[in-house]
Design a protein around this ligand. Sequence first.
Ligand SMILES: NC(=O)c1ccc[n+]([C@@H]2O[C@H](COP(=O)([O-])OP(=O)(O)OC[C@H]3O[C@@H](n4cnc5c(N)ncnc54)[C@H](O)[C@@H]3O)[C@@H](O)[C@H]2O)c1
Length: 255
Amino acid sequence: MTGLVEGKAVLVTGAGSGIGEAIARLFACEGARIGVADLSLQAAERVCSAIISAGGEAAAIQADVSDEAQVEAMVAKTVERFGRLDGAVNNAGVGQERKPLPEMSRAEFEAVLAVNVVGAFLCMKHEIPRMVGQGGAIVNIASMSGIEGVPMMSAYSASKHAVNGLTKSAAVEFARRGVRINSVCPGTVNTPAIQAYAAAGVDFNAIIPTPIGRIAESDEVAQAALWLISDRSSYVTGLPLWIDGGMNAAPFVVP
Ligand SMILES: NC(=O)c1ccc[n+]([C@@H]2O[C@H](COP(=O)([O-])OP(=O)(O)OC[C@H]3O[C@@H](n4cnc5c(N)ncnc54)[C@H](O)[C@@H]3O)[C@@H](O)[C@H]2O)c1
């Protein structure tokens, strides 16, 4: 039996942890060859080794997505290694310290935008030309914070709204040139980033009660990205796909 993304060359950013790691591992199980990119080379190499040990094909790449030269080199290394680029999941992102907007410095605000917005822009800027003509699919990992506002997380929420705007605009620009571009918008996901907030006393189940009654696991987000990169979603582009346990369906929770 062949995998859902058999033979495709797929670049995953922020693949050294959490959702990105789950995406890299799942895609490899489904037959893709993976460019495992992360700010931390050590983290990228750990995930790459795990994929290779499980019989998959992967290359570890160190890259900071907020630096254009590094993004250009990251895409070039993936193409050099696998001969082409069929898919990309732009997942690398950072959170912010929870605080009221007036207490945030300009530097803190811009640091979030540099990775989440400029990073997604730079990745698409260098990925799309590799796909035009041959076809390809891009998934940007946005957030439900890119659909709704989030008190005490204004920079993060603004950055993810921007990711959805970039996604929809680019999707329409390239819809007739064979490149589909979608975003995945998770609610709260059980990853090291969220575990750090939890360790600081934030109870996500209390402040964001989801109808399903629990936060998501990384693999549940990875499955959505898999479908959007695969040819099964061939008529889907410009979609912000909510993976939110029903959170946005109604302003009520039935206990
Ligand atoms: N965890 C959640 O609840 C949640 C919810 C919605 C959206 N998201 C989004 O999902 C994505 C992954 O989140 P996660 O929870 O898995 O985070 P994580 O912190 O577990 O992993 C993020 C990875 O990105 C890497 N990274 C950070 N800055 C980078 C940069 N400048 N260049 C390259 N790599 C960089 C980190 O080294 C890390 O390996 C992010 O975009 C995040 O905003 C997360």
